[in-house]
Design a binder for this molecule. Structure first.
Ligand code: HEM
Length: 107
């Protein structure tokens, strides 16, 4: 719902140092996150992923709600060797809201 998306937009501020969403989004330190929900890992064109994330793509990993929730809890635990330097979101409510926000930027 709208309130959750709004909360998620606030949480997304923590991601904005590296990621963009929306019409004018570009790859920065991290890849564009439009359409990330339900998308295969490591497929954003023009972005240079780590070997670890490319391996996940090879394994067929899809960014389902569950996988994204696990990744965002502790990125370096879910993807050993990822170059995403972010400690993670400890609060489940924050992750739920953020995922809702990312859904609002997915098809
Ligand atoms: C990768 C989300 C914070 C840098 C990713 C991916 C997702 C994601 C879903 C995988 C993308 C794909 O498979 O195409 C988020 C969210 C964040 C966040 C929701 C905030 C809660 C950050 C921050 C940084 C960062 C703060 C920079 C300090 C990266 C990089 C990658 C990445 C470099 C590529 C990782 C690799 O190739 O191993 N992020 N991220 N992210 N993110 Fe983030």
């Amino acid at each position: 719902d709208e309130a959750l998306i709004k909360k998620g937009a606030k949480v997304f501020k923590k991601c904005k140092a590296c990621h963009q969403v929306g019409e004018k989004a570009k790859n920065k330190v991290g890849p564009i996150l439009n359409d990330i929900i339900g998308q295969q890992a490591a497929v954003v064109s023009g972005f240079k992923y780590s070997k670890a994330l490319k391996q996940l793509n090879g394994d067929g990993l899809v960014w389902s709600d569950e996988n994204l929730d696990a990744f965002l809890t502790k990125p370096k635990k879910f993807v050993k060797g990822t170059k995403m330097t972010f400690a993670g979101l400890k609060k489940e409510k924050d992750r739920v809201a953020l995922i809702e926000f990312l859904k609002s930027h997915s098809q």
